[in-house]
Each structure stands twice: as C-alpha cells, then as structure tokens.
Design a protein around this ligand. Structure first.
Ligand code: PMP
Length: 401
C-alpha cells in the first residue's frame, strides 16, 4: 500500500459480506483476519495462563501478554509499559479512575468538569463518586457546530475543580477536542485531566506524553481488536498513589490474614486471571492499524465524511449535526422520521447504521432531539458505502413523503 492511494482493505475483513455497508464502527469495529488469526492461534496452539506458570508454555504466554502491553505503550506514547493497565474497556477504565483516584483524592466541595457531549460512561461513574464524596459536577456547553466550548469552559473552571474528563472525539458528532489547550486549562487551575480516547485511537495519532494529559482510556473493540479488553493509561505517580481496585489473585505482593500488601502497578489493578487472549488480539489489531497508518486512516475517513455530508446536505429534510471536520462520524436527523425508522429502512437496503441516543442522552436533550441516525466509518468503508447510504436515505424520504 502506498501512502496516497485510497484504502482498499475490505478483503481483510471476513465478516463483511459483499454488498453490506457496515457504518457502525463507532459502536464497534469489524475485525481483520489477522486479529481473528491471532485469537485462534492463542486459543488453538499456544494457550496457557500468565504470570504463574513454571512451565515453558506459560512463560511464553506471559512474554506474549507483556509484549502486548509494551505494544500498547508504544502505540500511545506512554513512557513505559507499566503505565498501561489492561481493563475490560473504557467503561471499566473510567470507573477505576473514579473509584481509586477520585474516590480517594476528592472531598466535599470539590468539583468535576465534564461536557455536554460525553458518553454515559464518562458521566455516570463521576456522578456515583461525586455523590459518595460530596463533590459537584459542572458541564461545559457546546459551540453551535457541536464542539466542546473551551472559551466557556475556561470561564467556568476554578481551583475547586480537581478533575476535567472529556472525550477526545465525540461518539455522536465526531468533533475533535483540542487536547493540548484543554490540558493547559485544566492544569492552570490545578485539576487533573482524563481523556476518553475511544473514538480517537482508531483514527488519530495519540501521544499521551505530547498531549500532556493525566489519564487516557480506550477500548480495544473500537480499534479492530477484541471485546473485553481495553486500556487505562495514567501518569506513573498517579497510579503509584492509587489504592487497589478489585482484590484477588495477581494484584498482591503478600497475603496473610494479618496483613496483605499489594503489587506495584499495573498488576495492582489487574486482579484475577486477565483477558490473556484479548491482549494478544489487541496487539494484532494495533499492528494492523499502524501498518496502515492513522494519518492515512483519518484522511480516508475524512473523505468519506465529506462525501456523506455533501450528499445528505443536499436533501432538504436532512439536518446534519456536528462539525464539517468530524472524525469519521456523521449524525443526522430527517424531519418527521424517527431515526429507528431510518435505520430499519436502511437495513432493508443492506446498510447498517446506528439509531438512538448513542449513550449520550444529555447531548440529545441539548440538541433538542430524542435520537439521531449515525453513520460511522472505518478502514473497510469506501465511496460505495456512502452511495448505498445516500440511496437508502432517498428511499426513506420517498416513503415518508
Ligand atoms: N466513550 C466513548 C466516546 C465511546 O464511544 C464509548 C463506546 N460507545 C465508550 C466511552 C464506552 O466504551 P465501552 O462500551 O467499550 O466501555
């Protein structure tokens, strides 16, 4: 593949049949054969537990599991693999930070800054911990084109704010956060900052050191990897100071009924037998994504977003949501048609989109809609998928008059 040719990766994805336009990558990405093969090989040829075995197979699997962690660290610019904790996904990562960091660092009267476009998994864990410690939550508003309004947020931030937690890329609008500026604003009032990278790691180059954030989280399954595996990255001094998350095997140093001591990070936060094969699948997925290059992926998806917005924008009854430079996502509504009906009619034409609130009910309320239709792109999509979507939408508008 050269650096400028359009992506042509459809053949890498065994679960995408010919003529099916899969436009729900923001929910979960399809898996390339190399990821399926890595999982099959791990269960079918090399399987054993990690971190415990005295036999060679287990020692080899431990090396493979830790190699996946090293690969993750390199992928996101972490200073060392020990800064990367394997979790079930972004949801678990945020809950971990909420319970173990915020739960011990925040006190009554402290404040947490979120934004109007956050996914429920970057809202509810903070509500739960805020209620427990007596902290309050503030919500940064959005600009007219659906970005987090950083000017407004700058005016709202005070020294009472101990944490800012925001999506790098919105899963509904595709708007991209200016992370460097946000980090400067958060650190300017002494707050820590968590970035939800679910929608950014598959398409934007992420270097946590350059971004300057304190926590970064993402899920493997949106990155062409398996479900059930994700990553919490945190600054080492923050992880060191955090108490354990769940108790059990692997997270300990020594256990006795008198006193138990804990392992250093990341083991301290990985109680129990981990998702060994998930980590190996994630490794393969990262190799796959880096093999294409995130700059190319972003460019490819940007062209698909532009084609979609242009075609749908020409249909009178369609209301496009979010900014024109959205990263891989086009949300829209059609006057007088419920998004579920849009989704059902599109499915009849073999176009798969998501319709609903996208786990962002506060955002729906702010936009004055109950739900949206959302087309989201991945490396396997091409102009033919956009054309199928547009043909389907024309059919919807004909049906609904
Ligand atoms: N944040 C964002 C922006 C997301 O898009 C998602 C998944 N839709 C999540 C968090 C939650 O990820 P998961 O369900 O994999 O834990």
């Amino acid at each position: 593949m050269n650096g400028t040719a359009p992506l042509d990766t459809l053949a890498d994805f065994p679960a995408i049949p010919a003529g099916w336009a899969y436009l729900d990558t923001a929910a979960t990405a399809q898996k390339p054969q190399v990821v399926v093969d890595a999982i099959t090989r791990a269960y079918g040829e090399t399987y054993a537990t990690v971190h415990r075995g005295v036999y060679q197979r287990s020692a080899d699997m431990t090396l493979a599991y830790e190699a996946a962690r090293t690969r993750v660290a390199r992928f996101i610019g972490a200073g060392s693999p020990e800064e990367c904790v394997f979790v079930r996904g972004a949801t678990e990562a945020i809950n971990l930070v909420a319970q173990c960091w915020a739960g011990t660092q925040l006190k009554a009267g402290d404040r947490i800054m979120l934004s109007m476009l956050e996914h429920h998994s970057n809202i509810v864990p903070w509500q739960m911990i805020a209620e427990r410690v007596g902290a309050a939550i503030d919500v940064a508003p959005l600009t007219a084109d659906g970005r987090i309004d950083l000017d407004a947020m700058a005016k709202m931030l005070t020294e009472r704010h101990k944490l800012v937690a925001l999506a790098h890329v919105s899963n509904v609008l595709g708007s991209v956060l200016d992370v460097e500026r946000t980090v400067a604003l958060a650190h300017g009032v002494g707050a820590k900052i968590l970035i939800d990278g679910c929608q950014s790691v598959p398409r934007l180059r992420v270097d946590v050191a350059a971004l300057g954030c304190d926590f970064y989280v993402f899920s493997g399954h949106k990155l062409y990897g398996p479900t059930g595996i994700g990553v919490l990255w945190a600054r080492p001094e923050l992880l060191d100071a955090m108490p354990p998350w769940q108790g059990g095997g692997s997270m300990i140093d020594r256990v006795s009924f008198q006193r138990t001591t804990y392992a250093p990070p990341p083991g301290r936060f990985e109680a129990g037998t981990p998702h060994i094969v998930g980590a190996l699948g994630l490794h393969a997925a990262i190799d796959y994504v880096d093999g294409i290059g995130r700059d190319r992926i972003h460019l490819h998806e940007t062209a698909l977003v532009a084609r979609t917005r242009e075609a749908l924008g020409a249909i009178n009854s369609v209301r496009l949501l979010g900014p024109a430079d959205s990263a891989g996502i086009v949300s829209f509504t059609i006057e007088g048609v419920h998004p579920h009906d849009i989704g059902t009619i599109l499915d009849e034409g073999r176009v798969a989109i998501r319709a609903g609130h996208h786990c962002a009910q506060p955002l729906m309320e702010a936009m004055g809609v109950e739900a949206t239709a959302r087309a989201s792109f991945g490396v396997y999509n091409g102009p033919q998928d956009v054309d199928a979507l547009v043909a389907g939408i024309e059919r919807v508008t004909r049906i609904f008059g």
